[in-house]
Write a protein that binds this ligand. Structure first.
Ligand code: NDP
Ligand code: 2IT
Length: 400
């Protein structure tokens, strides 16, 4: 099973040609890694970033398989993307790229085959362009992508779900120790979909957010990043595609540190929500030394292996991404259910389902991760619980 589970079912690799606004022909590579469909259709995001390679997508698809199993919903694991850099591109260029990408991808996906969604560089706008092209080519209106707009088959709270879910998971870990988020200071990296919604939920639950970041550096606002300030960041980063350093011109209480991650800022809880390997062993030591008691990974594998060992040795609460950020794909699963049933659930129903799913993942981690003496190894718990479900299904199918 280990040898079979480590090998993706298939990796589709293709050329994506598009024309920029100056009439130049541009060529990118696109991929879809269909890792494992033992417990449901392949499911996972699409990433547009210049750092995307087949290797990156293979690790993400592998992680996704166990994350999706942990949600309790019937979804296999996949991941896709391109080395296309959306930064500095016009909306028309992004549209043409998305259409060209889907013109190849459409033959490999389907509502019961493989259901992509967003990830870094892919939000509601890009999903719209890709869904429109899929529908145009196939003449089918199906739930082939998630993260759709509410008018055309999307689900309420899908946009918020990853960040909110990562904070619900954090709250579950704290509750297991008789604590909550009230008055706790939080250091968050990133300023995209996951980071801004994690910040929003921390504020709603009574915590204080001190930092946000992007690839240029981090901002530190000792007065706290309030809902009003989060709304400004969302508009600036998502709609204006701006830089996080501009925050300091808008809110004078903040400072910007170029080229650095925020982990040296003392905090009670930390949420890495930008990208892989953004928190190393030295960063982890700094967090622990400064009194950080819990880490919840909003991003996929943001803590490198040395960092994970530091957190485990210090026995702080550490939630790996496959548990902590599963709220996004979980609500994607709920979007698929709503599409199949041709119906829409209310926001209150979905909020409750998301909370219940995150609590369920926490329970599954406890089953295999409770080490006694008040220490829960969430890495072990999540890995075993996710693996077992997929492995049991593969065993049932025989050697295929
Ligand atoms: P966005 O594109 O909305 O935001 C990404 C953020 O991370 C931006 O602030 C970006 O800065 C920063 N970032 C990206 N790459 C780097 C890098 N190489 N170095 C430093 N900063 C970087 O993406 P999401 O918020 O959707 O995704 C963030 C993380 O969460 C990823 O790991 C993703 O896989 C994971 N995730 C996302 C889910 C979702 O539903 N969207 C679900 C589960 C996990 P800049 O603007 O400068 O590029
Ligand atoms: O990493 C992830 O879980 C995502 N990018 C979301 C995947 C999804 O299918 O919603």
């Amino acid at each position: 099973i280990l040898r079979r589970i480590a090998e993706p079912d298939r990796v589709v690799s293709f050329r994506v040609c598009w024309e920029d606004d100056n009439g130049n022909i541009r060529v990118q590579r696109g991929w879809r890694v269909q890792n494992n469909n033992a417990i449901g259709p392949y499911k996972g995001g699409i990433r547009f970033h210049p750092s995307v390679t087949e290797s990156v997508l293979k690790f993400l698809a592998f992680e996704q398989t166990f994350k999706n199993a942990l949600t309790g919903l019937p979804m296999g694991g996949g991941k896709g993307g391109s080395n296309f850099n959306p930064k500095g591109k016009s909306v028309r260029e992004i549209m043409r790229f998305c259409q060209s990408f889907m013109t190849e991808l459409y033959r490999h996906i389907g509502a019961d085959v493989d259901v992509p969604a967003g990830d870094i560089g892919v939000g509601g706008r890009e999903i719209g362009f890709m869904f429109g092209q899929y529908k145009r080519i196939t003449n089918e209106f199906t739930g082939v992508l998630t993260g759709k707009g509410l008018e055309w088959g999307g689900s309420l709270i899908r946009t918020e779900a990853t960040g909110y879910g990562a904070v619900y998971f954090l709250a579950n870990m704290l509750a297991a120790k008789g604590q909550d988020l009230v008055g706790k200071s939080a250091v968050i990296s990133g300023s995209g979909n996951v980071a801004t919604h994690a910040a929003e939920k921390i504020v709603q639950l009574g915590g204080k957010v001190l930092t946000l970041s992007d690839s240029g550096g981090f901002i530190h606002d000792p007065d706290g990043i309030t809902q009003e300030k989060i709304d400004w960041v969302k508009a600036h980063k998502t709609h204006r595609r701006g830089r996080i350093e501009d925050y300091c011109a808008e809110f004078k209480s903040a400072t910007f540190t170029a080229g650095k991650t925020p982990w040296a800022v003392p905090c009670d809880v930390a949420l890495p929500c930008a990208t892989q390997n953004e928190l190393n062993g030295d960063d982890a030591k700094m967090l622990v030394a400064n009194g950080c008691i819990a880490v919840s990974e909003g991003a996929n594998m943001p803590t490198d292996l040395a960092g994970v060992h530091v957190f485990k040795d210090a026995k702080i609460m550490f939630a790996p991404g496959k548990a902590a950020n599963a709220g996004g794909v979980a609500v994607s699963g709920l979007e698929m259910s709503q599409n199949s049933g041709r119906r829409s659930w209310s926001e209150a129903e979905l909020q409750q389902m998301l909370k219940d799913i995150m609590a369920g993942i926490h329970e599954r981690c406890l089953t295999y991760g409770d080490q006694g003496g008040g220490y829960i190894d969430y890495v072990k718990g999540a890995n075993i619980a996710g693996f077992k479900k997929v492995a049991d299904a593969m065993l049932a199918f025989g050697v295929v």
